[in-house]
Every structure is written in structure tokens, then in C-alpha cells.
Write a protein that binds this ligand. Structure first.
Ligand code: ZN
Ligand code: FE
Length: 718
């Protein structure tokens, strides 16, 4: 008779881990106990060596789908007592708090089946240990009902029975409830469906906030939504009943199908195909659509009655966080015709995640519901508690303690007061959740980012990390790279070491060795939103003022000749014309010159446009020079194939430098969200036998900066 003690850490609470341990212990005829502690799951088993070994094997290989074991510490111990049974003991709270929050998961198949059973018939709040809300409803660890917003609902006798039965799927399902004891809706599903069919705009409460929902086949209602939200052309995401609805509108491959059906249920960007179903208003001017499949029981009940796809966009005002309560919703979005609400609070707002398949791999564009908070294990232990604040756009934050790095969900652009509040609220909540006090703050180098200003007010040691270096280190963090790499950081604009705006940088190890020839951004900040200003600047590089005035180009005509003369003055005298080496801005210029995009109505519009206009199979490109590390393409700005030639030129530049430097390649920064560009580069590098990396599980855009800041610090300052 032997006693063995185990301590399992990682994502092991609220995921059916204890019943799993109970089940395998009983199978092996072992006695002892299992319990949740603040440092993980603690197990003691008593029995013969064969049974213990076989138990251990199952523990290592058969853990529940939602769990993520980080480490199992085990040792044989003195038998203190003789156990009569195997028991699941009550949770115990300890001082050190190192367990991890699990994420929100789509309704599982079994629960969807249960929706037809008598007990759960059409109950919109059904869930079990394999599915349902987690992060969005948690206040503090451990994940027990009393620490969640389910605290407000006490279980009926039947729910208690299920909760207490280790053989039941709802054993210790902290968020379980049924029709009798659970939540209620403010209005009926029938009313909601009627409103949708009548071309109304409806707000529906989901996991991490409200969606604005309408019929995606109806031009009129989508136009109305666009007007009310002041969102002329940014694509809307679609919520669909099932995979076949998506297949009728889009061309999807196996990996895209897997992602659409995965338990995380992200929005997946897929290629739109010719179809009669979808309104052209959903994603004007681009050939992609963002689709997701119904992921809550409430969605399932709605789709019982309808087959057509729905527009489902986060309910918020531009640049504000997602709205989580009905009263704020009616106040901020008074145009909404009907609100479908229920009485469980959302404690942590969280948007839908967005991913796409690039180079046959997942690429994360927005890390949120289902993926966040994301835990990464570092190769070395951190000596300090570190808080990283990310950048400005697509902000997210990260914490680091011991060997753990936790990346928050997408917070958004820090442009409004409410998004700043959300940023602060996330930091506060993370500090509580992980019992974390920062000893060091990492922030972007940009002096006027709100995150930088916030850092400097905290009275804690601060270190700035250059933006494009952080992009490359985010990739290193994801793949655990410690060695020297050739890093391409192609991006929008970020603050460089020389106080100019960078964004087309090539690093060898930590040294910036090459960069694109800087352009003058006419009008500074304004140029970030008006591609025509970047285009004009490029034209001034190539033509005299009088030649520019004579050009028959839409981007020139969008200015008055007085404006052009003034801008030329600022170009010559370098007044309000900061220099930038950003490749992102070059895409803006090309979209303006070749396709008349003069003002962007959303971030990334130019890049998406260029992607749509690229001619596959077209191989011509522009020449370029590289002198003293300055990359200088020789454009013909009036070329009818401007966009394709420009993108091919970028590919040639990356490949030539990769062949020259012969190091592993990293491709990071917002520009590489361009699927066409990344795939062209990938296939060429592969032919050359050069290893390359680009982020998959963490955002390749500024959503990954916080992660990169921490890894850069760990590698450079250790
Ligand atoms: Zn379930
Ligand atoms: Fe960036």
C-alpha cells in the first residue's frame, strides 16, 4: 500500500478536472482525495503501485478538453491515514494565487441536445463543465459559483443533485442552472425573431457583451445600421446558423472549417463567393467576409426558427468598448429597436475573436473571447512582477510573474475616455484576479500614447520598449526563439529610436540594419487617415509641383490647387510633415493612387483594398536600390498595375535580404495581416530553404505589443 501526492497546475479549475480525477481514481480502485487549491489541483491517492502508475498515466494523457496542464509535481508520501473512499474535497483559498482563469467556450453538443429535454427545454442559459461562460463572469479566483455573477441564482434541488454527482456532466459546473432556478429573458425569442424579420435593429446579449443584430440579407436595414453607427464601409461580422450557411456564401478550406467549428468560435475571415444571399452592404469593396457560427444556447434557439445569416457587430460607439448592460445600451444607441436581455451580469466585457488562415496557419487578428486571457510559459523565470501596457491601437495588456505571461483580451484603441477607463479597469481586475502587484512597467516609446502617459503616473519603475522591436519579440515569445533572427517589422507608424516614425524596419538581432526610405507625412496625424496625403507626398518625390498639378489623378483632384501648393510648401520646408519609413503608409499611397481611396473610414482599409486588387500570377515588379541600409524602390506611380507591382517589389526585397543575411526570418507587424503578401513571401522563402516565423496564436498587429514588450525585456535586461 502506497500513498502518492500530486499537485497539478495550469488551467485546471472549472473545466471538469476534479470529476475526471475522481473517475480515473475509482477506475483504478484507489482511495484518497482531490481538491482545488489556489495553486492548482491537489490529489492524494492510496493503493497498490500498479494502480497508481496506471492512474498517473491517465492523468497525463486523458485530461478534459478544456484543461491545460502546465505542470504535475508528484511525490510518494508517508501514509498518514487509511482512506476509506475517494472524495472530492471542498475548495480552499490560499494566499499565493497562481491558478489561471479559463476562457469562455461555445455551447457543447450535449448541451444542445439537452435543449430538447424536458428539464432544459428551450432554456437559453444551459451550460456544463465542458462549455459556457468562464472569464466573462468571474470576479475572483478560484472559479467557484460564489465568485461569479451566477452567485445571484441559487440552485434548485435538481440542479444541486447534478452538481453533486461526480458522474454527471454538470458535476461542479459553477454556472449551471435550469428553467426553474436560472435566468430569465426580458422579452421572448418570438418577439426578437419578428423584429429581425421586420428589418429592425436588435441588440442581443451574448457572452462578453451585446451584439447589434439584423438580417444580413436585407440592404435597407444594414444601410440604416451603417448610418446610425456612422460606419460607412467597415465590414460587419456575420453570425450564422451552421457551416452550410457559410459554405453557401464563402469559399472555405479545411482549416477554416475547423476554426469556424472550434470550441472558441472566433470570427473567421473567409473568401466571399458570388451568391444571391448576402447583402452587398455587409462588406462593401472587399472580397472577404467575417463569419462565426452560433455559440450560445440563445443563438441556437434563435436559429431554430431562421436559416438566413445575421449581421452581428459589437454594440458600442466608435472607439468605445463593447456595451454589457441594457441601460447603457439604450442610452448610447437609442436607434436600437428591441433589446433581448437577461439577468446575469457580464463582469468582464470581451469581444468576439477574429482570425484568418494565412500560409496554411491560423493568424490571430483579435485575441478575445475563447482565447483570452492567454497564458504563455516563458523559458526563464522573471525576477520581477512586470506589467506591460502595449501600444495605442488595438491595445491589450500583459502580466508576467515567475515563468507565466498572461496576455489580456483585446481592449481596443485608446482614443476615448471610456476605452481608457476599460484599459484601467482591465489592469485593476487582472491585479485582483492574479493577486499581482507590478514592480516594473513596460510601455511604448511613443511619448504621446495614452498608455505611456499612464505608465509615468504610477510611481513605479518604467522602461520603454521600441514598438517595432516589440513586434519582433512577440514572435520570438510565441515560438520561444532566443537566437538571432532577421526581423522584418512592417507596420503602420510607431515611434523610432531616432524620434522619427518607423514602420518599415529590418533588424539583424537587435540592430536596425535596413529601413525604407522615409516619406514625409503631409499634415502629420491627418496623413494617417487620408491616404491621398501620403500619395501626394510620393508624387512630390517624383514630379515637380507644376507636373503634379497637371496630373489627371483622382487623388490630386481631391485637393484644390491652393491646397496642393500649400502642401508642397510644407513638403519642401518640412513643416508639419514628419518623416516616416512605414510600409503601411506606402499601402495607403498605393490605394489612393490606384483605386481612389482618399480617406480611410477604418483602420486597415487600404491594406484590404490592395489585397483585393492584387492580380495573382502577375510577376512584374519595380526596381529598387539599397544604399547604406536605406531601401528605395523606384516606382512608376502612374503604372496601371501599380498595386501588384508594388507588392511584388516588397516580396523581392524581403527575399533578397533573407538570402543575403542567411538567418531565420521573422515577419511581424500590421502589414503582415495582408494574407496575399505574407503567402507570396512565405512561398518564396520556402523555395530558398529559409526558415521563417509569423505569429499564429497571438496578434501579429499591435494587439501583440504587450507580449513583445515583456519578452524583449526578459531577453535583453535579464
Ligand atoms: Zn455543455
Ligand atoms: Fe505596430
Amino acid at each position: 500500500m502506497l500513498n502518492k501526492h500530486f499537485l497539478v497546475s495550469g488551467v485546471v479549475q472549472g473545466v471538469g478536472f476534479r470529476p475526471f480525477v475522481y473517475k480515473i481514481a475509482i477506475q483504478e480502485g484507489l482511495k484518497g482525495y482531490v481538491k482545488n487549491t489556489s495553486s492548482g489541483v491537489e490529489i492524494e491517492v492510496q493503493g497498490c503501485i500498479q494502480s497508481i502508475e496506471s492512474f498517473e498515466k491517465k492523468l497525463n494523457t486523458q485530461a478534459p478538453v478544456l484543461s491545460l496542464i502546465k505542470e504535475i509535481k508528484s511525490s510518494f508520501v508517508e501514509a498518514g491515514c487509511l482512506y476509506k473512499t475517494f472524495d472530492i474535497e471542498k475548495s480552499q483559498r490560499e494566499k499565493s494565487n497562481t491558478t489561471f482563469v479559463s476562457v469562455d467556450i461555445a455551447t457543447c453538443k450535449e448541451c444542445l441536445e439537452d435543449l430538447k429535454s424536458k428539464r432544459y427545454k428551450n432554456y437559453f442559459g444551459i451550460n456544463c463543465t465542458n462549455c459556457g461562460p468562464r472569464y466573462s463572469i468571474i470576479k475572483s479566483l478560484p472559479f467557484d459559483r460564489s465568485n461569479t455573477s451566477m452567485k445571484a441564482f441559487s440552485m434548485c434541488e435538481e440542479c444541486k443533485e447534478e452538481y453533486k454527482d461526480p458522474t454527471n456532466r454538470r458535476y461542479h459546473a459553477q454556472a449551471t442552472s435550469c428553467k426553474k432556478c436560472g435566468m430569465s429573458l426580458n422579452t421572448s425569442i418570438e418577439n426578437t425573431l419578428k423584429a429581425i424579420k421586420d428589418a429592425k435593429i436588435v441588440a442581443i446579449k451574448g457572452i462578453g457583451g451585446f451584439h447589434l443584430v439584423c438580417d444580413a440579407t436585407n440592404d435597407g436595414v444594414i444601410k440604416k445600421l451603417r448610418e446610425h453607427k456612422n460606419r460607412p464601409s467597415k465590414p460587419f461580422a456575420l453570425l450564422c446558423k451552421d457551416i452550410s450557411t457559410i459554405k453557401s456564401m464563402a469559399q472555405i478550406d479545411t482549416l477554416e472549417e475547423q476554426l469556424l467549428l472550434s470550441k472558441e468560435r472566433p470570427i473567421v475571415l473567409v473568401e466571399k463567393k458570388q451568391n444571391e444571399i448576402l447583402s452587398k452592404q455587409v462588406a462593401p469593396n472587399i472580397d472577404k467576409i467575417g463569419c462565426m457560427i452560433a455559440y450560445t444556447p440563445l443563438h441556437a434557439l434563435l436559429f431554430n426558427e431562421i436559416d438566413f445569416p445575421l449581421v452581428a457587430t459589437s454594440a458600442n460607439l466608435a472607439s468605445e468598448p463593447i456595451i454589457v448592460d441594457a441601460s447603457t445600451l439604450v442610452q448610447k444607441l437609442p436607434f436600437v429597436d428591441l433589446v433581448l436581455d437577461f439577468n446575469r451580469d457580464i463582469l468582464n466585457p470581451i469581444d468576439d475573436s477574429v482570425v484568418q488562415v494565412v500560409d496554411k496557419k491560423i493568424q490571430t487578428l483579435r485575441l478575445a473571447r475563447g482565447y483570452a486571457p492567454k497564458l504563455l510559459k516563458l523559458p526563464i523565470k522573471s525576477k520581477k512582477n512586470i506589467l506591460a501596457l502595449g501600444a495605442h491601437q488595438k491595445n491589450s495588456i500583459a502580466l508576467c510573474f515567475d515563468e507565466n505571461l498572461i496576455l489580456s483580451a483585446y481592449i481596443g484603441d485608446l482614443d476615448s475616455l471610456t476605452s481608457l477607463e476599460y484599459f484601467e479597469q482591465t489592469i485593476k481586475h487582472f491585479k485582483e484576479l492574479y493577486s499581482f502587484e507590478p514592480e516594473l512597467i513596460l510601455h511604448d516609446k511613443h511619448p504621446s500614447y495614452e498608455s505611456t502617459k499612464w505608465a509615468k503616473k504610477q510611481g513605479i519603475e518604467c522602461i520603454e520598449i521600441q514598438h517595432h522591436k516589440a513586434h519582433l519579440y512577440a514572435t520570438k515569445a510565441e515560438f520561444g526563439l532566443g537566437n538571432d533572427c532577421l526581423g522584418f517589422s512592417f507596420d503602420g507608424t510607431g515611434f523610432g529610436d531616432d524620434a522619427t516614425l518607423w514602420g518599415g524596419e529590418v533588424f539583424v538581432a537587435d540592430q536596425r540594419k535596413y529601413h525604407f526610405k522615409p516619406l514625409k507625412l503631409l499634415g502629420g496625424e491627418k496623413a494617417l487617415k487620408e491616404p491621398r496625403r501620403v500619395a501626394l507626398s510620393l508624387l512630390f518625390e517624383h514630379y515637380s509641383l507644376s507636373e503634379v498639378l497637371d496630373l489627371d489623378l483622382a487623388c490630386v483632384k481631391s485637393f484644390s490647387s491652393e491646397q496642393i501648393k500649400l502642401l508642397h510648401q510644407s513638403y519642401v520646408k518640412e513643416i508639419n510633415a514628419p518623416k516616416s519609413s512605414s510600409v503601411g503608409r506606402l499601402f495607403d499611397a498605393m490605394a489612393s493612387l490606384a483605386n481612389g481611396l482618399q480617406k480611410q473610414t477604418y483602420e486597415g482599409e487600404a491594406g484590404l483594398m490592395c489585397e483585393s486588387l492584387y492580380e495573382q500570377g502577375f510577376e512584374q515588379s519595380f526596381d529598387y536600390k539599397i544604399v547604406d541600409g536605406v531601401i528605395d524602390p523606384v516606382y512608376d506611380l502612374l503604372d496601371p498595375k501599380l498595386i501588384s507591382k508594388f507588392m511584388n517589389t516588397l516580396v523581392n526585397i524581403v527575399v533578397e535580404l533573407a538570402k543575403k543575411e542567411r538567418l531565420e526570418v521573422i515577419l511581424s507587424g500590421g502589414v503582415f495581416q495582408n494574407k496575399v503578401l505574407l503567402e507570396l513571401i512565405g512561398s518564396r522563402l520556402e523555395k530558398e530553404g529559409i526558415t521563417y516565423h509569423h505569429q499564429q496564436q497571438t496578434p501579429i498587429n499591435d494587439g501583440g505589443i504587450a507580449l513583445g514588450q515583456i519578452y524583449a525585456y526578459m531577453q535583453s535586461f535579464k
